[in-house]
Design a binder for this molecule. Structure first.
Ligand SMILES: Cc1ncc(COP(=O)(O)O)c(C=O)c1O
Length: 393
């Protein structure tokens, strides 16, 4: 079966929504499929002892996965992409650029699994980390040492939605000879493209908005330079981190609606944030779309919109936080985020349980903090549900 992709270079010049639908699509010429077929094969036969079809073994490359990689590369504006089995395998793949003795600056409130990988596993392998509040530029600048080789950024951060100034961090890191890596999971390339601000490597948990349907786990690492792209592809193959053709195909299907999902979900989130901000049982709402958010103005300069994740602190300790989580009917109590169904979570025992209590306290994650991933349901139903949960006895 021959694969054709007639207009890939032209697609890279087109608008985001067009790239989502047509980017990387390899139609087959035997049956004229409109979408990329799934190639569930572990190996590919050789035409002679000197030549093959360009594919040899699925860990190293597979046409369905290549289609997804091409699509994401176009959306982020990079020159190379690897699609991995999970977001954590993408993070591990990107962090394998570093060597023992290297020092990395990372945010104090980052995804708990990333914290565990950095603070436990990679620290044991000889990397060292300094965790800082990256909105405090004095603290950030003071964290660099002569051994600093990289800066890991998560913006907006998980779960407190702190917005980090991408251009500032990229320039500061460059001055110190360090590279910058950005976890862009909360935004998706529709709302934020870190390469445009000088970042070197972008990773995603594609489990979240990129796939968007809560039915697959996956990740990706996108590179801005050919040098990083080649090294990351080599690491991905050497460590065996790539995703299966089935998973790549599912993510490719989800990605086609990324733009309109993000628009609709963030419109819902904005209304929910305003409702919560005015509710007497809520102490504080963390959402970059609100004028009260400390980096509201910055968010407007580097994000196309505020996104569909928000967190809030309830008044009077854990009781109300627990009540709102357990009494909602539409919001499932789940880790994960970015799907079309709304989810609610309690970071202390869920997404950030792998952080130490001190690290959580340092980051400002408390027993009053609740995180919400706003989905595509009708916003009036979502608000009514949160209201009844908050006010239930
Ligand atoms: C911001 C962020 N980065 C990375 C990950 C890890 O992704 P995965 O669960 O797909 O391994 C997550 C998972 O929740 C996340 O929220």
């Amino acid at each position: 079966m021959m694969l054709v992709n007639l207009h890939n270079t032209e697609i890279r010049l087109m608008e985001f929504e067009t790239k989502c639908i047509h980017g990387g699509v390899h139609k087959d010429q035997q049956y004229n499929s409109v979408t990329t077929p799934i190639y569930p094969t572990s190996t590919f036969y050789w035409n002679s002892l000197e030549s093959n079809s360009g594919y040899d073994y699925t860990r190293s490359g597979n046409p369905t996965r290549a289609a997804l990689e091409e699509n994401i590369m176009a959306l982020e504006g990079g020159v190379g992409c690897v699609a991995t089995s999970t977001g954590m395998s993408a993070t591990h793949c990107a962090m394998a650029l570093f060597s023992p003795g290297d020092h990395i600056v990372a945010p104090s409130d980052l995804y708990g699994g990333s914290f565990r990988l950095f603070d436990k596993f990679l620290a044991e392998k000889g990397l060292s980390f300094t965790f800082v509040d990256m909105t405090d530029h004095v603290q950030l600048a003071a964290a660099f040492t002569p051994a600093t080789k990289g800066v890991w950024i998560e913006t907006p951060s998980n779960p407190l939605l702190k917005v980090i100034d991408l251009a500032f961090v990229a320039a500061l890191a460059k001055k110190h000879g360090a590279i910058t890596l950005c976890d862009n999971t909360f935004m998706s390339p529709y709302l934020q493209r870190p390469f445009e601000f000088g970042i070197d490597i972008v990773m995603h948990s594609t489990t979240k908005y990129i796939n968007g349907h809560s039915d697959v786990v996956g990740g990706c690492v996108v590179s801005k330079s050919k040098e990083h792209a080649d090294r990351i592809a080599w690491i991905c193959n050497a460590l065996g981190l790539a995703c299966s053709p089935f998973d790549a195909w599912l993510v490719l299907r989800g990605i086609k609606t990324l733009g309109c999902r993000m628009e609709a979900q963030q419109a819902n989130a904005m209304k929910i944030a305003r409702f919560l901000e005015n509710h007497p049982l809520i102490e504080k709402v963390y959402y970059p779309g609100l004028e009260s958010h400390p980096q509201h103005a910055l968010a407007k300069t580097q994000q196309r919109g505020p996104g569909a994740m928000l967190s809030f602190d309830t008044k009077d300790g854990r009781e109300i936080a627990e009540r709102v989580c357990m009494k909602t009917k539409l919001f499932d109590v789940c880790v994960s985020l970015g799907g079309i169904e709304s989810l609610i979570s309690f970071p202390v025992t869920m997404s950030h349980a792998s952080m130490t209590a001190e690290a959580r306290a340092r980051a400002g994650i408390t027993e009053k903090t609740v995180r919400v991933s706003v989905g595509l349901e009708h916003v009036d139903d979502l608000i009514a549900d949160l209201k009844q949960a908050l006010e239930s006895v």
